[in-house]
Design a protein around this ligand. Structure first.
Ligand code: TYM
Length: 337
């Protein structure tokens, strides 16, 4: 069976980018018969960016409820919280010891932090923790622990998956003795939505504060956010070029090709931006309103979500524990008996 795995960092409220980039394609993939799926809440990763325990707790619940509302079937999918699998942190150490520091120096998240410091004449490493620096090793452990073949993600995660391949390959080479302990994972990217734009046209991201929440705040908040999408100043009646605008790209992420073509034609014929926003809102709402109802019901029952996560953690550990035992033995952490 093909193993599909993906996770979301529990630092914020799930947004449309998480949904179209990761959640929707992952759930679609999980429905195939020859697929075994592992989806998780990346809460160890959350500690890298966030030192507010209440926010992490809230985000974990929101993200768990989002996955379930979006159609994740816990009978088919191994659905768990990263921090319930301590084997992942142990594997992180084994992998850290074979990971070249130079590889981590090239990681985008770390480079972005050092570049920003340099731009303002500060010590490049100011404010950079070892958690941020080693982030890709933890992510490699997430993926390699379950021998995932495919990892559905948005484009911003591709480099991390390539690094997981490099690290897995290095471990296989050093300790495998001809055996491949780790499958080398591949990123699965839907080109059409690989980088969903946010309100200001840049990548939709918690760190840019330009996100459109998926369920939180209800239809009202969705509408308000859509009204804030930046558009040019063309007046009603003036022709507008849809290609490349955030508004049209968001529409395409939800609509079929023929609906998008009709929308583009109307914009070129002078549809007002205000009306276009109303149409975008209605199109997204059509897809997500039924899911939001489930989301609201789930948010009111955290104990049920906890039960699901505990069952998932037991299934995940049944895979992780035996593999980790083999890896420990392979690197020389063996008993005397
Ligand atoms: P995170 O939490 O930043 O994002 C979760 C998923 O959403 C995708 N995404 C987007 N896709 C398209 N357009 C956007 N604007 C957009 N914004 C976010 C991300 O690409 C991602 O797929 N390190 C990861 C979490 C993680 C993980 C893993 C993922 C930890 N371990 C193992 C896969 C496998 C992260 O911070 O994603």
């Amino acid at each position: 069976k093909t193993r599909v795995l993906t996770g979301i960092t529990t630092t914020g409220t799930p947004h449309l980018g998480n949904y179209v980039g990761a959640i929707r394609p992952a759930i679609a993939a999980s429905r195939a018969d020859d697929v075994e799926s592992f989806f998780f809440l990346a809460d160890y990763h959350a500690l890298i960016k966030c030192d507010d325990p209440a926010r992490i707790a809230r985000s974990r619940l929101e993200i768990a409820a989002t996955w379930l509302a979006a159609g994740l079937d816990p009978e088919r999918v191994v659905f768990y919280r990263q921090s319930d699998i301590p084997e992942i942190t142990e594997l992180t150490w084994l992998l850290t010891c074979v990971t070249a520091k130079g590889l981590m120096n090239r990681a985008h998240a770390y480079k972005a932090a050092t570049d920003a410091n340099q731009a303002i004449g500060q010590d490049p490493d100011a404010g950079v923790t070892m958690g941020l620096f080693c982030y890709p090793v933890l992510m490699a452990a997430d993926i390699l622990m379950f021998n995932a073949h495919k990892v559905p993600v948005g484009r911003d995660q591709v480099q991390h998956i390539e690094m997981a391949r490099d690290i897995g390959q290095r471990f296989n080479h050093l300790f495998g003795n001809g055996r491949e302990f780790f499958v080398l994972p591949e990123a699965v990217i839907d080109e059409a939505v690989a980088t969903l734009p946010g309100l200001d046209g840049r990548k939709m991201s918690k760190s840019y504060d330009n996100t459109i929440p998926l369920f939180e705040g209800g239809a009202k908040r969705l509408k308000e956010a859509i009204l804030r999408i930046v558009t040019d100043s063309r007046a009603p009646g003036e022709p507008k070029e849809p290609e490349g605008t955030a508004l049209f790209t968001l529409f395409q992420a939800f609509a079929e090709a023929d609906e998008s073509a009709a929308f583009a034609a109307d914009l070129r014929a002078g549809l007002a931006w205000g009306e276009a926003k109303q149409r975008l809102f209605e199109r997204i709402e059509r897809d997500i309103a039924p899911l939001r109802e489930k989301y609201d019901a789930l948010m009111a029952r955290p104990a049920d979500i906890e039960d699901i996560l505990q069952t998932g953690a037991a299934k995940a550990r049944a895979v992780a524990i035996p593999l980790l035992a083999e890896l420990r033995a392979a690197v020389g952490l063996r008993s005397f008996r």
